[in-house]
Every structure is written in structure tokens, then in C-alpha cells.
Ligand binder design. Sequence first.
Ligand code: ZN
Length: 146
Amino acid sequence: MTSFGNWEFTCDLARTCAAYAQVKHGSSENCDCNGCRNFVRVRDTAFPDKFLRLLENLGIDPQKDGEIFHCAQLSPGRHSYGGWFHFVGTLEKTGDFAPIELGEGFIAWLCHSSAPALSRLKGLPLVQVEFNAENIPWLLNEPEPQ
Ligand SMILES: [Zn+2]
């Protein structure tokens, strides 16, 4: 059993890694909206180290999100995004726990899988890793969404 904050879970690392290896792109890469296209541009610097280490320990490829969505423009050039990833495993202890801060303006939490998963993960027992990021820059040469 592994824990993340108050959450406790099991993770099938081998099956998670195998599934991610068979997926070509995350959902953000398959979406044409400007919110997703901007995220793909900033993705390599969008996640704090602690979140990248968490994903790595779970066998998740950080480039292959289950979904990313633009929430709001917080100020010119600064945007809030949310999104999630999945890993193969079971959530043994969950509840209305406070999200964990993994970087400045970046929080993550676990929950039972409820949102669309990547094709290769469908049908497997999944746990959902959700995040909210508040310091995402706008790099597209296009008007910023509000
Ligand atoms: Zn999109």
C-alpha cells in the first residue's frame, strides 16, 4: 500500500507503464481548441518536480494526460488549468481530504476514476490523479481566452 497525503492506494506499475507505452498521445494533443494547444506548448515546464516524481512513481507518462482543460485567465498571460491522469490500481482509502500542494499554485489529489481515460486504460481498475495549476503562461500567438 502506498499513500499520497491521506489517500492510500495500490498501483500496478507494470500494467500502468505497459498501457502508457501503447498510447501515442494524451487527450490534449488530440484536441484542437486553443486551451489545449497552449497547454501542449507549455507542458514541459508546466508541472512542478514533485508532481513529475509522483507521476513517475505511478508509471504515468506526463505527456499523456487523460484530459486537460482551461479554467480561466487569472491575469494577462497567466491561466488556470485543470486535468487528470489515471493509473492501474485501487483506491483503498479516500475521502474529502484537502488537495496536496506540490508547487506554487499547483495542487493535486486522488479520487475514484470517473472521467474519460486513455483508450489503452479503459476497462482496467483505475485511480484518477487530478490537478489544478494556476501559473500556466499563454504562449500561443492568439487572443487569450478569458
Ligand atoms: Zn481542448
